[in-house]
Ligand binder design. Structure first.
Ligand code: SF4
Ligand code: SF4
Length: 259
């Protein structure tokens, strides 16, 4: 006989899968313990989570959960990244990936609100819009949200890759995540260890990743590169080369599937 928790989890999974079907998306859903996520966040994001949880914080820390879900890109978006047209980089095509990034964020925010409306809870939005003019260093981002990658990692939806992204066994890192905080006590499978092994496709694709140990914070080098791409016509602060490398060139390239 199923426990109440199992019934609840099946109901939430079915709701999210059905919702993603209705918006013609593929994705994943899982559950993390609130405390595991809290304990794994950097201090400034712990504070942020505490503020979001507000008066529910003690209850959440004791028995609460975070629903993690992701929506995968289509492979056409990943294949639009860093392609040449003649001898020139095709930034207009690259911008198709950027537009898909925007579209997925909207869908994630819409889905997290639908989950919160159905089951109660606090939706945590997928990304922050229109803030780049207020950001002078990548560390300025850290306190503005909580890491959905940490939530997905604690929900067992993938492993943390050498590129810093969450690598899902089906969708690679070509997937974006959002979260819903809930007082429901859901069971978590816990964190998965890295399966990257000897693979180095993302390091080959990006000098910042390859030299991440030597750089003060390679994510700041990444941020500056994204600003450079914006000046070329890639509208959002995105690049995606390390995602494409993982999906197309990693040791798992025959296992990963997008539509
Ligand atoms: S997004 Fe681009 S610049 Fe940033 S780490 Fe990935 S490949 Fe490197
Ligand atoms: S490209 Fe290879 S090393 Fe990099 S994150 Fe993907 S599986 Fe790991």
């Amino acid at each position: 006989m199923k426990t109440m928790t199992q019934v609840l989890e099946e109901t939430i999974r079915a709701f999210v899968e059905d919702y993603l079907d209705r918006i013609s998306c593929k994705g994943v859903v899982g559950f993390a313990r609130f405390k595991d996520v809290h304990d794994s966040l950097m201090p400034i994001q712990k504070e942020r989570l505490e503020r979001i949880a507000s008066e529910k914080f003690d209850e959440l820390l004791d028995s609460g959960s975070i629903i993690s879900f992701g929506i995968a890109y289509h492979d056409a978006a990943i294949d639009a990244i860093n392609k040449n047209s003649g001898n020139e980089t095709d930034y207009e095509l690259w911008n198709f990936y950027s537009k898909e990034y925007d579209r997925l964020n909207s869908l994630l925010n819409q889905t997290s609100q639908a989950i919160a409306d159905r089951f109660g809870g606090i939706p945590v939005t997928a990304t922050l819009h229109a803030l780049s003019d207020k950001i002078n260093h990548v560390t300025d981002y850290y306190g503005l949200t909580i890491s959905h990658r940490v939530v997905a990692e604690m929900a067992g939806l993938g492993w943390r890759g050498k590129n810093g992204l969450l690598i899902n066994e089906k969708f690679s890192c070509a997937i974006r995540f959002a979260s819903v905080i809930t007082t429901l006590p859901l069971a978590s499978p816990g964190k998965t260890g890295s399966l990257c092994g000897t693979c180095h496709a993302c390091e080959d694709a990006c000098t910042f990743i390859k030299n991440r140990e030597a750089l003060p914070d390679y994510r700041e080098n990444c941020r500056r590169y994204l600003i450079h791409l914006q000046s070329k016509g890639v509208e959002n602060e995105v690049c995606g080369k390390c995602i494409q490398a993982c999906y197309r060139d990693s040791i798992f390239n025959e296992q990963f599937t997008l539509e």
